[in-house]
Design a protein. Structure first.
Length: 278
């Protein structure tokens, strides 16, 4: 079954016709993605930014999620925290597809978001160099502050956070109240320098991906506090007219009762198939 619901991309050619795109459903993972490509952090506590089974994950207290870009052609790094839209991006709707367009200092940015299955959203990023010269020291980061427990009526902003993969398998998870959010790379390890990162002691500041890569957090490193989680990409040099493409996913681990229902469903399918065969 193909669960692809919406595609969101960034180019630099058109004017905006929409300011946000919702992907997913309350029966699984769901996100409100704004023109910058970030999750919507502008609403009140509990409003949709990123949720699972109707429980909001990030818009509590200090709402924090971001992407980060730094490169030799930029005077300073840029990030999308707090509604920033440094690429001047916008969303264009076309049928079931949503297109975000942006262009900044000679760099074209295309982002797609796809509902891979009811519990996972996949993101693909493409950066194209239109500056007429090589762009060096390109870094990209993506991260968020998971406040899973708050959605269940507690006052506990802490989550159990862990580095669960390295390199091409880079991944970091946050767990609380029976739900687990996992941010994972989906890019070939041979192409770029990639790392997962937990920003211990800081829930809400955007993380410089160069700092995250240098930290070298090991597999199994974990915290139990109000920390942000992120992925960092060292993309190296983008040659004249060249494009680099990389990706990541945000996924929810179903709760135990959901697993039980899934297994029961698979058992029923198997039983029915055996009866038909007999």
């Amino acid at each position: 079954m193909n669960f692809k619901i919406a595609t969101i991309g960034l180019l630099s050619l058109f004017a905006a016709s929409a300011q946000a795109a919702v992907i997913g459903s309350d029966a699984g993972i769901k996100a409100d993605i704004v023109a910058s490509g970030n999750f919507n952090n502008a609403g009140d506590d509990g409003t949709l930014g990123l949720s699972y089974n109707g429980k909001e994950w990030i818009n509590w207290g200090t709402h924090s999620s971001w992407t980060w870009l730094s490169a030799s052609n930029l005077a300073s790094p840029v990030n999308t925290l707090g509604g920033n839209n440094p690429l001047g991006a916008s969303i264009l709707a076309s049928g079931s597809n949503f297109v975000l367009n942006g262009f900044f200092d000679g760099l074209t940015f295309i982002q797609t978001a796809t509902l891979n299955n009811p519990n996972q959203i996949g993101f693909t990023i493409s950066l194209t160099n239109n500056t007429g010269k090589d762009i060096t020291d390109v870094f990209w980061g993506v991260g968020l502050d998971p406040d899973i427990n708050i959605a269940f009526g507690t006052s506990n902003y802490a989550t159990i956070n862990a580095i669960t993969g390295l390199g091409g398998n880079a991944a970091v998870s946050a767990s609380g109240s029976g739900q687990t959010l996992t941010l994972a790379n989906t890019t070939s390890a041979s192409a770029f320098n990639i790392a997962a990162y937990i920003n211990g002691g800081d829930c809400c500041s955007p993380v410089d991906p160069a700092v995250a890569l240098a930290a070298g957090q090991i597999l199994g490193y974990s915290t139990n506090s109000d920390d942000s989680i992120s992925l960092a990409y060292g993309l190296g040099t983008i040659g004249i007219g060249k494009t680099v493409t990389f990706g990541y996913s945000i996924a929810a681990v179903p709760e135990p009762e959901t697993y039980a229902l899934m297994l029961a469903g698979l058992g029923l399918i198997g039983f029915t198939a055996r009866r038909r065969k007999n």
